[in-house]
Design a protein around this ligand. Sequence first.
Ligand code: HEM
Ligand SMILES: *[C@@H]1O[C@H](CO)[C@@H](O)[C@H](O)[C@H]1NC(C)=O
Ligand SMILES: CC(=O)N[C@H]1CO[C@H](CO)[C@@H](O)[C@@H]1O
Length: 325
Amino acid sequence: MYKVLFILVVAAVVVMRRGEAQLRENFYSSSCPNVETIVLQAVNNKLAQTQTFTPIPATLRLLLHDCFVEGCDASILIASPNGDAEKDAPDNISLAGDGFDTVVKAKQAVEAQCPGVVSCADILVIAARDVVVLAGGPSFSVELGRRDGLISEASLVAGNLPEPTDDVNTLDALFAKNNLSQLDMVALSGAHTIGVSHCTRFANRLYSFTPSNPIDPSLNPSYAQQLMQECPQNVDPQIAVSMDSVTPTIFDNVYYQNLVGGKGMFTSDQVLFTNPTTQPTVTDFAGNPSHFNAAFITAMRKLGRVGVKTGNQGEIRRDCNTFNS
Ligand code: HEM
Ligand SMILES: *[C@@H]1O[C@H](CO)[C@@H](O)[C@H](O)[C@H]1NC(C)=O
Ligand SMILES: CC(=O)N[C@H]1CO[C@H](CO)[C@@H](O)[C@@H]1O
């Protein structure tokens, strides 16, 4: 009698743990042992082909936009014929095509060797890690085992992505909703050490901050002049400028040194230094690259766990841009 009960309990526990299958580093060790090498090679091929830096920041940013809306489930990659998928939301307007293409190419390379096995969500996580390393940032291992989602809707985006005008409280709340601490938020913002922004995203800080102060007083005056030169009023909305004006193509801690010097591009960057709750972390990261690297790695691994589907949830998409059926 007790034996039967014991077996039933054990069986129930096993079933429950299957249901909430965990991410793990060696998830594909028998089903696709070379997946990480294949993805890295595809990322390198993409860079060789485009001959520009753009795929690197574009791929990293894609991870944030995927994970913060419906979880890290490749929902951002879906191309809807009706223009109503996640990537079609106004918040995504500036996601560079090179990021999408990097993941699509990597998936094709993986499919050629391990058909139907590796999710697009995992390929994005691997590629986002790889581009950090290729830009000179820290190397780290990633957890795998995500499944691709079955939902991608533009209407689900609003309110789930950070805005360049956000203050620390708003950022704290949004990141907390994704199980990320304030420290994680400050560390992940360091991703703005590479890549570009369109002038429209920060022009308010140059021309219309407040009626009495058209230039944001928290901007370093010479940096403000530089930005006004790069982004004259009513400039072509396609024009984009480097977010880290000092080392724009190197993944380093100069982003934080810039904040200390009043050279943060967005309000959401600069407030990390002006707000007393985050300032000590910014000062620490500005002076200690190893502290930044360690915090960034921890936060990236946590970002990769947001809202994941595992076990038999979702699907393994064949083509990252479309659902299987
Ligand atoms: C903390 C709140 C954040 C805000 C408000 C924010 C906002 C933005 C905005 C407005 C842009 C410029 C888009 C454009 O005009 O092209 C941008 C670019 C970028 N963001 Fe963020 N972001 C945040 C956090 C993050 C995080 C957590 C990551 C990744 C871990 C990230 C990675 C990037 C990258 C790499 C770019 C450059 C994209 C490119 O050059 O194609 N951002 N971000
Ligand atoms: C946050 O963590 C809790 C506890 O592990 C989990 O139940 C929840 O789904 C997580 N939320 C997100 C958005 O990942
Ligand atoms: C890369 C991408 O698909 N961006 C889209 C974001 O959303 C706008 C509409 O708001 C589209 O025009 C872009 O093509």
